[in-house]
Design a protein around this ligand. Structure first.
Ligand code: ATP
Length: 249
């Protein structure tokens, strides 16, 4: 099934599209088989959320846009699932907030790094980081700790979507402001984040980009007020309540 064969008015359009992109990602050597499991887990949470952006996630997306615009050196971390699902959307966000894009893999192989870099370039990325790997995140084993010194190594704000908990916690301990996109409000990644976004990445990345464009011309004080208004614990509690209540309205 190609992407265009899925009718857009199908009630499960987004879910089918997601599955299709992840499957294609595995076939093209971009996504690991583990990525299929991560996708299934995310889909279950999204189903319980009504496959929609809840209000607290929309607020988190606006706070994320403001934090990215305020950052000195923002970086968007990309793994195999992110590259398969939202390559063009990541490039659009990076352009809107002037961020670097860095490939960062749990199961790092040269082949996957190259395939993802190529895939991102095909979608408009001009400068893809992560291949140099000349710095380390302290507290992690060698392969999982690799980052670029002029990328995540020196970033002040990092977007880490669909990240494993260990690495999210290690990055937070380095003092970086973390924006985590994860449909599981109980995951360690979401809990390590300064700004956790409990939303599907397919909706979250474009929403952050839209907010960033809307904030163009806002003062630093106005942006800082948006970031400060956001409360991570409240947002996680709200998402958990929405999932547990099962009210998909
Ligand atoms: P942790 O180590 O953080 O406690 P984990 O071991 O569950 O969590 P993984 O399975 O490695 O983490 O990461 C996948 C995470 O990404 C899951 O929490 C899943 O809900 C989330 N996820 C998967 N697909 C999407 C998606 N399309 N949008 C947002 N989040 C997603």
């Amino acid at each position: 099934m190609s992407e265009i064969d899925i009718p857009e008015d199908h009630p499960r359009y987004q879910s089918l599209l997601t599955r299709h992109r992840i499957e294609a990602g595995v076939e093209n050597g971009i996504t690991s088989k583990q990525g299929l499991i991560a996708e299934g887990r995310g889909e279950a949470f999204d189903y319980l959320l009504g496959e929609q952006t809840i209000d607290s996630a929309a607020a988190a997306e606006r706070a994320a846009a403001a934090a990215l615009l305020l950052a000195n050196h923002p970086v968007i971390s990309v793994n195999g699932n992110v590259a398969a699902l939202v390559p063009a959307e990541v490039v659009a966000l990076a352009t809107a907030v002037d961020a670097d894009i860095e490939i960062n893999l749990f199961n790092r192989t040269d082949e996957r790094m190259t395939a993802i870099a190529e895939h991102l370039r095909k979608h408009g990325a001009t400068n893809v980081k992560g291949l140099t790997a000349n710095a380390r995140i302290p507290g992690l084993s060698h392969e999982r700790a690799k980052v670029d010194a002029d990328g995540i190594g020196t970033a002040d704000v990092v977007v880490v979507p669909l990240e494993d908990g260990d690495r999210a916690e290690a990055l937070a301990s380095m003092g970086k402001t973390e924006i985590v996109i994860d449909l599981n409000p109980l995951s360690r990644s979401a809990r390590a984040a300064a700004i956790p976004i409990v939303d599907n990445i397919l909706r979250a990345i474009p929403a952050i980009t839209d907010a960033a464009r809307e904030f163009e011309g806002a003062s630093k004080d106005e942006l800082a007020a948006i970031v400060n208004e956001f409360d991570a614990e409240d947002a996680l509690a709200d998402a958990e309540a929405a999932i547990r209540s099962g009210d998909r309205s």
